[in-house]
Design a protein around this ligand. Structure first.
Ligand SMILES: [Zn+2]
Length: 155
């Protein structure tokens, strides 16, 4: 297990085991869906995911092309709004300076330009390959053409 600070959290993670699981996953959510949002996202993924965040995702052992879900809220004709994307990885939260449980404090915070993230233990759309191991979810909220304040007000 390795340790990393993400915002105020100390997160323990196992990049080797996580990447082994990702190797068994054939493709991400957008690779199975032919809707306009998924097609657009999979084509422009590199444009949307900030470099800093890309490094973090890679460090956690996650294959960035194999997201567990993609959704979009806003104007789809010009993709002005925000994408919500999430991934799972093997890990657990060690501590927080205020002693909070991550579930109760699992709110989005600004991580990079135009990007908020959330770490939580509540896993949605969890791939069965992650069953039986401590799994965390990293949720990304990437916005385009709106401010993070606008995002928060209609999220
Ligand atoms: Zn779709």
């Amino acid at each position: 297990m390795k340790e990393i600070f993400i915002n105020d959290w100390i997160v323990q993670y196992d990049p080797d085991k996580t990447s082994q699981i990702y190797k068994k996953i054939e493709r991400g959510y957008s690779g199975y869906c032919s809707c306009q949002i998924c097609k657009h996202y999979s084509q422009y993924r590199n444009k949307y995911i900030p470099e800093d965040l890309g490094y973090l995702i890679e460090e956690l052992g996650i294959d960035i092309t194999k997201e567990a879900e993609v959704s979009f809220s806003g104007d789809k004709t010009i993709f002005q709004g925000y994408f919500t994307i999430f991934f799972h990885f093997i890990g657990s939260v060690k501590t927080h300076p205020n002693g909070w449980n991550i579930c109760s404090a699992g709110e989005y915070f600004q991580y990079a330009k135009k990007c908020l993230i959330r770490i939580s233990e509540v896993c949605e759309m969890q791939n069965p390959l992650f069953f039986g191991v401590n799994t965390l979810q990293i949720s990304l909220l990437i916005y385009e053409g709106i401010s993070s304040h606008d995002k928060i007000s209609f999220y």
